[in-house]
Write a protein that binds this ligand. Structure first.
Ligand SMILES: Cc1cc2nc3c(=O)[nH]c(=O)nc-3n(C[C@H](O)[C@H](O)[C@H](O)COP(=O)(O)OP(=O)(O)OC[C@H]3O[C@@H](n4cnc5c(N)ncnc54)[C@H](O)[C@@H]3O)c2cc1C
Length: 314
């Protein structure tokens, strides 16, 4: 199996004086969405992220498209892809086959996740009869299958199924002990949540606390879609920010997208500034397959972007 750089290696070798950034893409639903994704991919290629991640949807056709598109990222671009992989709805044999399909395309960085019940992420979890119960088992499985580099999810506000933050931290540390090399957080809008998560992991296990916790940032460009993402993720807007966005959206039947977007970009930039000053190892952006909002945040942060004018409208 050909070995590609690990995410930890990539973060370590980033240009000095600049915290690396990375981006998350999602599998496109159709040909038009795929065209949009590729325009974003080509823009980001010029902006130089440390890595790009591709989310995973468990349904059959989505799954095939995800593997194909992630494979193209590895084969046809200069980007380093991380393939998300969820245990939900899969037998262990199917998971092995998925990992093999990624390896065949030269993808050796995998984000191991449990996933949520299809249809209703907040619904009752049901383990596949021949599958896995928790993400730490998937970390072990992937590592047993070859020379893979594995990351996991972490939750600054606690996972919605965790009864409390101690429980949440204990099982995050269990995933790291199982061999995960880093975690990427759920999106959050109060940097204090991220800092406290980092402190909790160090307090629980100082050795595992050395592993990078990569903060995930979502620049808000629409209040309506942000609300949907918040509902699905279990993250919250601080009341002051909620009010700021609500005021920007206005009282009309249609929200004032331009004003909401301006607040969203401003807030994401402020959060990134704080994360940089607090020594975050990387800034990981949810892009929804658009380059413009993330490009603007990076531009405001003073990143030297090779092609800021080339980003396409979101
Ligand atoms: C960065 C990131 C990327 C994501 N990408 C995707 C994606 O591509 N596709 C997708 O469908 N979903 C994705 N998700 C969502 C994720 O699948 C869900 O949040 C899921 O509910 C939790 O996954 P996990 O891997 O953290 O699960 P786990 O680590 O298994 O945790 C699930 C819950 O069980 C608890 N727990 C864990 N182990 C044990 C144990 N041994 N005993 C008792 N309790 C335990 C945990 O504390 C937690 O409450 C992503 C989330 C994040 C943060």
């Amino acid at each position: 199996m050909s070995r590609t750089p690990s995410i930890v290696d990539r973060l370590g070798s980033a240009r000095s004086g600049r915290i690396p950034f990375s981006v998350e893409f999602s599998p496109p639903r159709d040909a038009e969405a795929e065209g949009r994704l590729w325009r974003a991919v080509r823009t980001f290629e010029r902006l130089g992220p440390a890595f790009v991640s591709m989310t995973y949807g468990a349904g059959g056709s989505t799954r095939d498209r995800t593997v194909r598109v992630t494979g193209r990222l590895a084969e046809e671009t200069t980007l380093l892809p991380v393939a998300h992989l969820t245990a939900v709805g899969h037998s262990i044999d199917e998971l092995r086959a998925m990992v093999g399909a990624y390896a065949d395309r030269g993808i050796t960085n995998i984000l191991a996740l449990r996933g949520d019940p299809p249809g209703n992420p907040l619904g009752e979890w049901e383990k596949h009869p021949e599958g896995l119960e928790y993400a730490d088992e998937l970390v072990r499985l992937v590592r047993e299958l070859g020379d893979f580099h594995v990351g996991v999810a972490s939750f600054p506000e606690g996972h919605h199924r965790s009864p409390d933050l101690d429980h949440d931290t204990r099982y995050l540390v269990q995933k790291l002990r199982a061999g995960a090399e880093y975690s990427i957080t759920q999106m959050f809008f109060d940097v204090e949540h991220y800092l406290r998560l980092r402190d909790r992991v160090v307090a629980c296990d100082a050795e595992q606390g050395l592993k990078p916790i990569i903060p995930e940032i979502m620049p808000i460009t629409s209040l309506r879609s942000a609300r949907r993402s918040l509902e699905l993720s279990g993250s919250h807007l601080p009341p002051v920010l909620e009010e700021r966005l609500r005021r920007a959206a206005g009282d009309g039947p249609e929200e004032n997208r331009a004003a909401v977007r301006e607040v969203g970009i401003e807030v994401a930039t402020e959060m990134c500034e704080r994360l940089i000053s607090e020594g975050a190892p990387c800034l990981h952006f949810i892009t929804l397959n658009f380059a413009r909002a993330t490009g603007e945040v990076l531009d405001r942060l003073g990143y030297e972007l090779e092609a800021p004018a080339a980003v396409q409208p979101a």
